[in-house]
Every structure is written in C-alpha cells, then in structure tokens.
Design a protein around this ligand. Sequence first.
Ligand code: FER
Length: 343
Amino acid sequence: MRKAGIMLMVAMMSIACVGCEKKEEEASNNVAEYPTKEFKPNENLQQIADQQKDALTPVPNGYLNAADERGTVETIQYEATQEDGSKITKTAYVYLPYGYDENEKYDIIYCLHGGEGNTTAYLGTETGTTKIRNLLDNMIENGDIKPLIAVAPTYYSHSSNGSDMGTSVSKINNFTKNELVNELIPAVEGKYSTYAITTDIEGIKASRDHRAYTGFSMGSLSTWYTFLNASDYFHYFMPMSGDCWVNGVSNANGAATTLEKFVKDKGYGVDDFFIYAVTGSKDIAYAAMDAQMTAMKQMSPSFVFLSKENEKGNISYRVEPNATHDYNYMPLYFYNALPLFFK
Ligand code: FER
C-alpha cells in the first residue's frame, strides 16, 4: 500500500515534471521572440487549433501600397475637458475618402492607439501615409466598403507626444464617458459630413448606426469602455488585442458579467450592436481576451457569437494564428471587420 502510494507519487511527479519542462521550453522560446512583454503559453491548445482553421482572410496583394485614388488627412483642433475640469486644446487626425463631398453623408470610425502610442498610429499625418490609410483607400477604390471617414484622436491629455501610461485607465474612462461625445464628436461631425444631422446628443444618438469605434491594446480597453459608456452613440465596435478591465485587470468573468448586465439593462437584442473582437494567438493580450470571450460565449442571448453555423449574431471573435502584439496586424483586422460594419 505504502509502496504503491510512493510509486504513484513518483509517477505523478514525473508527469508534472514533463509538463514543466514543456512549459519552460515554450516560455523561453517566446521570451526570445518578445523580449519586453511577458507571454503566457496558451493553455487550451485544442481551442487554438480549432480557431486556426478560421484564419482571417489575408489582405489582398497591393492593398498596403498607395492606391490610385487616395483620400486626404487633415487635423482638427478641439477643446477637451480633463478629469480635473481644466480645458486643453487637443488635435485629432481625420481621413477623408477620395472624392469626399460635403453634400454626401459618410459612415465614420474612431480609432484609438495603444499604450504610449499617439494620434499618428492609424492615419499618419497630413503628409505621411500608413498601411491603414492605404488599406482604406484600396478597399474603397475596389468597392469592398463604402467611402468612410476615419478619425484618430487620443485619450491622453496631450495630442501626440509623451506618455501618460500610468494614468491611462482613468483617462480612458474620462475620454469615453465625457470627451468623446460632448467634445470630440461634435467638433469632427460638425465640420465633416456624417449621418449626424445635428451634433447635439440627440443628433449623435440618432446616427449611431453609422458610427464605429476601434482600438488596439489600451485602445481596445477604450473600446470596451466606449461600449459601456457610449453605446447610445455607437453601433459597431472593434476591440483589437485587449480585454476589458472594468472589474480590474485579468478578471475575465467579472468583465463578462458586467458587460452582460449592461446589455440586459439596455434591453439590447441581436441587432442593436455589433462587436468584432480580434487578436493573435501569440499576442500578449491573447490569454486575457480569450478568457473574456470564453466567458461571454456562455452569455447568450446577450452575446450571440457569429460562427460558420450561426450567421446572425452581435459579436464575432477571431484569432489570427501566430499574430503578435503588433500594430502591423491592424490592417488585417480592419480588412476583415470593416465589410461587416455599417450594414
Ligand atoms: C491586454 C493585454 C495587454 C490589454 C492591454 C495590454 C487592455 C497591454 C497594454 C500596453 O502595454 O499597452 O489584455 O488589455
């Protein structure tokens, strides 16, 4: 009996050890590849394997190069109220599609950078282009999407330099709760022609089906906060590589429960919002985002996930095999999500 017990222990220890070595091996490979970020090895390899069957549709050749018909980028200045009530002037970049005509109405997407990023992350500047800008030009030129306006602002208390990383969660909360709808949207959509006939609260609400919000990493966090703080004004959301910290960091069940309660309280059905959540299987945000999505998958009918079997839903969760935490994956995510928006 005793002998059997010891043998079992030894057997268990050696199994545990095999697991250990494997994990260590995986972890060290990843540390070499991503030296600045901690990478947690995927815990559910079968799930990853399943998702890998669904790799995103690749961006067509040439779509990241300059299109024949190119939009323009302008800056807009607006007065923003900070958390302490003080006012500052902030700058956002605005992409206008090729042939922009102020007598037409355009769908609009607000794009938020990651931690320590800035307003140039998506659209560059007036003169310098970016892959996202070329992608938008090419998608519009080829009829993949209707011409739209894109805006790249910041949740920081400055426009394009320095870092407020330490205070970014409270800044993101203030930005999404107050500045976005009271200050940024009126400034942008008062100047450029969107579906907002007026830029008071009612006009912004009435045009929510023509407004989207996306962000990468901390910008993804801001996307979840916009869902909670400003979904009266936005119908479409694309969180890229970041989970929701509304109940604290790495609290997937808490985040999912808060989001579900919000959807129930609002009385939202399957047609009332659409979330395209996306990340990469080797992204530092993968574990957190995947855990949140796993919890939300249990929350039908508040969250109805799109799948091959189910083409009607209010959320799609996609994982690009091997993609890391890198802005260079954003064009792939935009290319796959934008045709699903503004339906
Ligand atoms: C996450 C994982 C990583 C996340 C953010 C980060 C918001 C990193 C942010 C940064 O360093 O900028 O799930 O969610």
